[in-house]
Design a protein around this ligand. Structure first.
Ligand code: CDP
Ligand code: CDP
Length: 212
């Protein structure tokens, strides 16, 4: 079984997908974490993310693995390191490079053919697994998504404003939606859920009620 969960930043995809994976006892793959890991590696090596050739070269010699709720970049756990604002600000430039996407999608499809899995991302239902058993597209207003991210960041010591965070995610959504190859897009047959004003449990319930 393959369940695809797509949508813009802060819609609740990873939170909801993790809970559903637990409930159904299937694997969870955070595909955004893969693009973040490549971005983190580029930044660590001083590679300019606008330099496509250089980014592709980095992606080709990158090993990404998911095990025991951890993401491994070249055999090292990078769960927290890939969630910084700096990585977020650069990841969409890395993710718009077609060759980088080919490399990540190969890994995602390989995992999906071996296991029952729920994957969250931007192009899972529209491109990676067009024949997924279930497809969901989670949305929420930019203000609500910004508030959710802002709260998380403040807990980690962020001292900027909510407006900055809303701007950050709107900018990322714009690049993700307008890239040429496999953009952020609702698949025609995906079930859209507007999570604005909904609690996590309510969204999980809405998703699970559609899964037989
Ligand atoms: O969690 P958040 O919504 O902030 O982002 P993410 O899911 O970690 O994804 C980070 C970035 O990776 C997105 O903004 C996209 O640029 C890219 N991405 C993608 O292009 N395709 C995917 N399937 C997943 C993520
Ligand atoms: O993966 P994505 O970027 O779509 O969102 P996320 O990282 O799962 O969710 C962002 C934040 O919103 C998390 O801190 C969640 O706890 C919170 N959230 C929420 O408050 N209400 C929801 N219905 C869904 C998520």
């Amino acid at each position: 079984m393959i369940i695809a969960v797509d949508g813009p930043a802060g819609a609740g995809k990873s939170t909801i997908s993790k809970l559903i994976a637990k409930k159904l006892n299937i694997n969870y793959i955070d595909t955004g974490a893969m693009y973040r890991a490549v971005t983190y590696k580029c930044l660590s090596e001083g590679v300019d993310v606008k330099n496509e050739e250089a980014v592709i070269e980095v992606a080709k010699r990158t090993d990404i693995d998911f095990r025991d709720n951890n993401i491994y970049l070249d055999s090292k756990v990078v769960n927290e390191k890939i969630r910084t604002r700096e990585v977020s600000a650069n990841v969409s430039d890395v993710a718009k490079i077609k060759e980088v996407r080919y490399l990540m999608v190969d890994v995602q499809r390989e995992i999906g053919t071996r296991n029952d899995v729920i994957l969250d991302g931007r192009d899972i239902g529209s491109y990676v697994f067009p024949n997924a058993d279930y497809k969901f597209f989670l949305v929420a207003t930019p203000e609500e998504r910004g508030r959710r991210r802002y709260k998380e960041l403040c807990e980690k010591g962020f001292e900027g404003t909510l407006e900055e965070i809303i701007k950050d995610i709107e900018k990322r959504d714009e690049i993700d939606s307008n890239r040429e190859f496999a953009p952020l897009k609702k698949a025609d047959d995906a079930i859209e859920i507007d999570t604005t004003g909904l609690g996590i449990d309510e969204v999980v319930e809405a998703v699970v009620s559609k899964i037989k």
